[in-house]
Design a protein around this ligand. Structure first.
Ligand code: PBG
Ligand code: ZN
Length: 332
């Protein structure tokens, strides 16, 4: 007889047995986050003498070429899997001419990083026009103010070739134009870069969580919003269609973005995608946790690691996160 008065211990199933102590919990953990799962998005700005702190993203900077190299070294040292580069040009125009200039800021920075850290991590280039156009939309406009889809495709193909020429190991189109992956694949192949993979921002939603990024990348639309090309947060089936189209067009990897509010999409895409799946922990997610932690309302490091674990649990192989270097250090 035991204290409950039953012959056998009751209850028989005791899930808490496997939670007794860190060693047991570690042994039975179903999900792991490793530094190599993490990709660090970085901003490099043309013509600034010193790095500029991004006020809505404490700890993040618009880098100079030099400070970018230092930060990339730190990421590599920490074991981070890759970096995703965003450029901010000194001059913008209607068609975003600086984006495919062989000596544009991203191209120069790609050359630096390919040489410095290209063997230690994957140097990726975000491929879009919103940081480069005077109006802040992701491609040149029609007279009616809509982005001209097919003209934009020609621009994207040219940018892809310029980025590959500068040493991008992966190009990552984020503009959500129809046919962009096929156009970029053709452009890369024509230019002799058949071996450069495409990471397609396949399911990218029109999200409020990009707010701080628009300060960081200086790419806010001057009028209107991006709902004419990015996805409606209400839709699931549409995301699966976007992924299927991008894979059919030759995407080597696909991304879901944002992450935390879209983990159902990450999970569905991860279940069905024939190619690796990334998810982007976007600027607004970063800002929310940083702000709450600053007020003492949340345990910052636990929140960071918990959210990264959630991304992995949902099925993402790679997580883009502004905490990549710090999290990699914590995980080691
Ligand atoms: C632009 C782009 C955006 C982000 C990545 N690429 C912003 C947008 O679409 O308006 C967001 C990243 C973030 O919020 O961290 N194509
Ligand atoms: Zn864009």
């Amino acid at each position: 007889m035991n204290t409950t008065g039953h012959e056998a211990a009751f209850p028989v199933a005791r899930p808490r047995r496997l939670r007794r102590g860190p060693a047991l919990r570690r042994l039975v953990a179903e999900t792991r986050v490793a530094p190599e799962n993490l990709v660090l998005p970085m901003f490099v700005k043309e013509g600034i003498p010193e790095p500029v702190a991004i006020s809505s993203m404490p700890g993040q900077f618009q880098h100079t070429r030099d400070s970018l190299r230092r930060a990339a070294h730190e990421a590599a040292e920490a074991g981070v899997g890759g970096v995703m580069l965003f450029g901010i040009p000194a001059r913008k125009d209607e068609r975003g001419s600086a984006a495919d200039d062989p000596h544009g800021i991203v191209q120069e920075a790609l050359r630096d990083l390919a040489k410095d850290v290209g063997d230690a991590l994957v140097v990726m280039a975000d491929l879009c026009l919103c940081e480069y156009t005077s109006h802040g939309h992701c491609g040149p406009l029609e007279a009616n103010g809509h982005v001209d889809n097919d003209l934009t495709l020609e621009r994207y193909a040219a940018i892809a070739a310029a980025q590959a020429e500068a040493g991008a190991a992966v190009v990552a189109p984020s503009g959500m134009m129809d046919g962009q992956v096929a156009a970029i694949r053709a452009g890369l192949d024509r230019a002799g870069y058949a071996q450069v993979p495409i990471l397609a921002y396949a399911a990218k939603y029109a999200s409020s969580f990009y707010g701080p990024f628009r300060e960081a990348a200086e790419g806010a639309p001057r009028f209107g919003d991006r709902s004419g090309y990015q996805q409606d947060p209400a839709n699931v089936r549409e995301a699966l269609r976007e992924v299927a189209l991008d894979v059919a067009e030759g995407a080597d990897m696909v991304m879901v973005k944002p992450g935390l509010a879209y983990l159902d999409i990450v999970a569905k895409v991860a279940e069905t995608s024939p190619v690796p799946v990334s998810a982007y922990q976007v600027s607004g997610e970063y800002a929310m946790i940083e702000a709450a932690a600053e007020r003492g309302w949340i345990d910052r490091e636990r929140a960071i690691l918990e959210t990264l674990t959630s991304y992995r649990r949902a099925g993402a192989e790679q997580v883009l996160t502004y905490w990549a270097t710090e999290a990699a250090r914590l995980l080691r």
